[in-house]
Design a binder for this molecule. Sequence first.
Ligand code: CDP
Length: 244
Amino acid sequence: MGGRDSDLVLLDENGIRCDGRKVDETRNISIKAGVLKNANGSAYIEFGDNKILAGVFGPRDVHPKHMSDTDTGIIRCRYHMSPFSVTERKNPAPSRREIEIGKVIKEALRPAVMLEKFPRTAVDVYVEVLQADGGTRCAALDAASVALADAGIPMRDMVSACAAGKVADTIILDVNNEEDQAGQADMPIGYMPNLGKVTLLQLDGVLTPAEFKKCLETGIEGCKQVYEIQKQALKDKFFANGEQ
Ligand code: CDP
């Protein structure tokens, strides 16, 4: 947070953002389910200029065995950025940030997955960021949820994710990379739309209590829009003949 590029106009006099969007508009989002042959479930998402693949295996045996739980299944997640996903070549070795985001995605998915049905097993979620443009954790979570559903893993609900934030003292939906770097706040949200429960909430930046409330409400509206696209991706795969 904090204006690094002083020439960048984050919000113009007509309320239009640096990429031409209105304050309550998401970037273009498209999701395709079942894109990988060898994973049990998979999804590819384009969320603005983010391009992310998610692949899921499981429920399957846990290795190493001591990580298994006799009472329930476990979920694991690896979030990885490919070296060419950002302008400055990213070292392919896992960074602190990637380990943290893997943990965040895992914890955001866990309430949705019926792990108690599969004791001693693991569900493994692998996320590959091919191109990053701000908000990769939300886009990765969206793809991972669709990949879990594509794998046929029983779920209580989908997890839909979208960030909201603050630029030029205004609450905005779906923070892009420039807005993340130069704006005032970024709040990634994961939400189960049918259960009405938040599974991910982070905040980078400072908000007043009233702004916090508005930001959360704005982000949840974004999550609901994402949910429709996730559902459509699954329908497109499983009703390939046009049946809806
Ligand atoms: O991607 P997300 O907003 O969830 O996570 P972040 O840690 O807030 O990173 C924001 C953005 O910074 C990423 O989406 C990338 O576009 C960019 N980034 C980068 O350019 N180089 C990195 N090594 C890591 C992140």
